[in-house]
Design a protein around this ligand. Structure first.
Ligand SMILES: *Cc1c(COP(=O)(O)O)cnc(C)c1O
Length: 366
């Protein structure tokens, strides 16, 4: 008999789901029963299309997770369709994760500020405590203190750690080996969520490759940024299929408007995807050129190396920089209310012409 090599199988992430939701079936919609028929009289829909809806495309409730979209997203993100859940932006993914894993009015999540604000917003709405283990700044770089995050999560029994890579607003990519080590350390204790809203601009491997060995890793992806589809609101959670199944049952019955699904499929077609890739290349080249030019300006204190489609910049006089840009019609993100960023603005990459305008306004002395 051949020896069977047993690879260590990580614990099911179901153990991390709220105990009271483990056998929760969610809402049973008219689409839940996979019935076959010609005349559908089971969902109280109108038998006639609206006058404004010429081809009647909007008359029926949409498929909760259209197979064509799941297949397209699975191909895009290099995972199995069972490992993903599409929803209304990654914002919905964040909310679903918090609600499925943390007890209402209890438990805790860990974030590392400065970071994306929605993790704390979702936690707060759920009555869940937010533990902050701030990023550290040294040698002009932002570093995530994985050791301290693990310590805090274990000591305070946090259920989710939210990591953002590349970070918003820092632009810093987190080392994937450190993410894996943190997930190892928190196995059976907490979920490690890696928000990769900007990973397309980083030319780096996705943390989805960790999921096979680290079943407590979930990854957030979105079509809102690199794919230029923010208004379609299509975000994806990629995780162990058992966890995805739980999230699906917690999600609203018909989360994806059919018009948005159609747009997303068109946006992922071969030609559109090729153009998206070319534009990502342009943004990356523009980003590095913009960072270089800004860092040579006298009013600029620091430009952080970014792996995303924005740069975080500290100014000697951020108010003046903000006002001068605004005076020229250029709106950038004022970061000064964020802890430790009292002199910083976040500038999204625009077209080459728009980026040149930013530089020329900032280099003209006030
Ligand atoms: C923009 C952004 C999102 C939101 O993405 P949607 O898919 O549009 O909801 C999520 N995470 C980060 C870090 C972002 O900057």
């Amino acid at each position: 008999m051949n020896a069977v090599v047993e690879t260590k199988r990580a614990a099911s992430p179901l153990a991390l789901v709220r105990e009271d939701l483990r056998d929760f079936g969610g809402y049973r919609s008219a689409r839940s029963d996979r019935l076959q028929g010609d005349v559908w009289l089971n969902a109280n829909e109108s038998p006639w299309p609206n006058l404004a809806d010429g081809d009647g495309a909007l008359r029926r409730y949409p498929d909760p997770q259209p197979q064509a979209l799941r297949d397209a997203l699975a191909a895009l993100y290099d995972c199995a369709p069972e490992q993903l859940l599409a929803g209304r932006g990654s914002d919905e993914g964040i909310d679903l994760l918090v609600r499925a894993v943390c007890r209402p009015g209890g438990d805790a999540i860990v974030v590392s500020t400065p970071t994306f604000g929605m993790y704390a917003v979702s936690a707060r709405l759920h009555g869940t405590r937010v533990i902050d283990v701030p990023l550290r700044e040294g040698d002009g770089e932002w570093r995530c203190d994985f050791e301290a995050i693990g310590d805090a999560a274990l000591a305070q029994d946090a259920r989710i750690v939210f990591l953002c890579s590349p970070g918003n607003p820092t632009g810093a990519l987190l080392p994937i080996g450190e993410i894996a080590a943190l997930a190892d350390r928190l196995e059976g204790r907490a979920l490690v969520v890696v928000d990769e809203a900007y990973i397309e601009f980083a030319d780096a491997p996705s943390a989805t490759r960790l999921i096979a060995a680290n079943r407590n890793v979930a990854v957030l992806r979105t079509l809102s940024k690199a794919h230029a589809l923010a208004a379609a609101r299509i975000g994806t959670v990629i995780a162990d299929s058992e966890l995805i199944e739980v999230l699906r049952r917690c999600q609203a019955p018909y989360p994806l408007p059919s018009a948005c699904t159609d747009e997303a499929l068109r946006a992922l077609s071969r030609d559109a995807a090729a153009q998206t890739r070319a534009r990502i290349d342009t943004v990356r080249a523009e980003r590095d050129a913009l960072a270089l030019r800004l860092s040579s300006l006298s009013g600029v204190r620091r430009v952080y190396a970014s792996r995303a489609n924005f740069v975080l910049v500290r100014f000697a006089d951020a108010q003046s920089a903000f006002d001068r840009l605004l005076g020229a019609g250029l709106v950038v993100r004022d970061m000064r209310a964020a802890p430790g960023l009292g002199d910083a603005l976040r500038i999204s990459l625009g077209t080459p012409e728009q980026n040149a305008a930013v530089v020329s306004i900032l280099e003209a002395r006030a």
